[in-house]
Design a protein around this ligand. Structure first.
Ligand SMILES: [Zn+2]
Length: 332
């Protein structure tokens, strides 16, 4: 069955949140964390760091990114089916978050970091945007954050989050295509069990590594902050260049921002706008815009039958210089 093609530029991730009857005794009206009188423009009233000079997310302008060839690939360890028990997925009213065991370790960063939790940011149906990070002004339908603390220097996340080198977050931009992504189904299939804020559900261990893009050596790196209050400026950010892809039927929807007893406000648009880069530099582990595919001698020259051509015909169509794949290749 062919999916109905989403309208270009608009967020196809979200289906309508199902209607439900108004509860009888209503809880007090909800304050959205992201918009309105207590929204992101007002966070710095109560949390001064939110008005700081090194905030996240940012719009990554690739023309200003500095290539650092010394940046190694990210090496997740223990991501493939943690042994210590199940995961817990929680609707906290602002996002859906899944706790992660500290046996999940990140290497390839300046220090060793242990996993804490992962969560999502997303948009709303028919609207552009949803991701927190942007690339050259382009937002994506959703973004996954996997939060880690510096376990080499600090005993636990409570201690680490007070420190300037305390946290590291992996950011994975999420696109929508035609093919379902089974790894993301491990989480998205459970949303129906946590429709209301405060609800949680247990998820059997699965291969968290599969949520990551295939190419862990290609990423953007900068120093930033938590993207929700208290906006602490102690996060080493890694935003992968390659995007994860889920299908339009895999939805981040059907969850409410409030409890069963409050007005039914859908949990949507839980992303912060890009913040000023100020004096910061964004580094890339890969040369932006340059060849990442194999350069093969002989490619790119017109080769007829009998001239010893070995590459597939597609390679000739794609590139005349011998580069089979470029970083800015839109097919990635
Ligand atoms: Zn986040």
């Amino acid at each position: 069955v062919k999916h109905h093609s989403p309208q270009p530029g608009l967020n196809p991730v979200l289906v309508e949140t199902p209607p439900r009857p108004l509860p009888k005794g209503l809880d007090p009206p909800l304050h959205s964390l992201f918009s309105g009188p207590h929204g992101q423009a007002h966070w710095s009233d109560d949390y001064p760091d939110c008005g700081g000079q090194a905030q996240s997310p940012i719009d990554i302008q690739t023309k200003s990114v500095q290539h650092d060839p010394a940046l190694p690939p990210i090496e997740p360890q223990g991501y493939r089916g943690p042994e210590d028990g199940a995961f817990t997925l929680l609707n906290n009213g602002h996002t859906v978050a899944m706790s992660l065991p500290p046996s999940m370790i990140l290497r390839g960063l300046p220090q060793t970091y242990a996993a804490v939790q992962l969560h999502f940011h997303w948009g709303s149906r028919g609207q552009a945007g949803g991701s927190e990070h942007q690339v050259n002004g382009e937002a994506f339908p959703a973004e996954l954050h996997i939060v880690h603390y510096n376990s080499e220097s600090y005993a636990n996340v409570s201690e680490a989050k007070q420190q300037t080198d305390g946290l590291a977050v992996l950011g994975i931009l999420i696109e929508v295509g035609d093919v379902a992504n089974p790894a993301y189904d491990n989480i998205l299939n459970r949303l129906k069990n946590i429709q209301y804020a405060g609800q949680k559900v247990s998820i059997p261990p699965f291969d968290v590594h599969e949520l990551l893009p295939g190419q862990l050596g290609h990423y953007f790196r900068y120093n930033g902050s938590l993207t929700t209050p208290p906006c602490s400026q102690n996060v080493l950010w890694t935003v992968f260049r390659q995007r994860a892809r889920i299908s339009a039927s895999q939805v981040l929807a059907g969850v409410w921002a409030g409890s069963e007893n409050s007005l039914p406000v859908p949990l949507v648009d839980n992303y912060r706008a890009p913040q000023l880069l100020n004096q910061r530099l964004v580094f890339s582990s890969f040369p932006v815009g340059e060849c990442i595919g194999p350069r093969r001698p002989g490619w790119g020259v017109a080769a007829g039958p009998g001239e010893g051509r070995t590459g597939p015909p597609l390679a000739f169509k794609r590139e005349k210089t011998g580069c089979s794949l470029r970083h800015n290749d839109p097919s990635l």
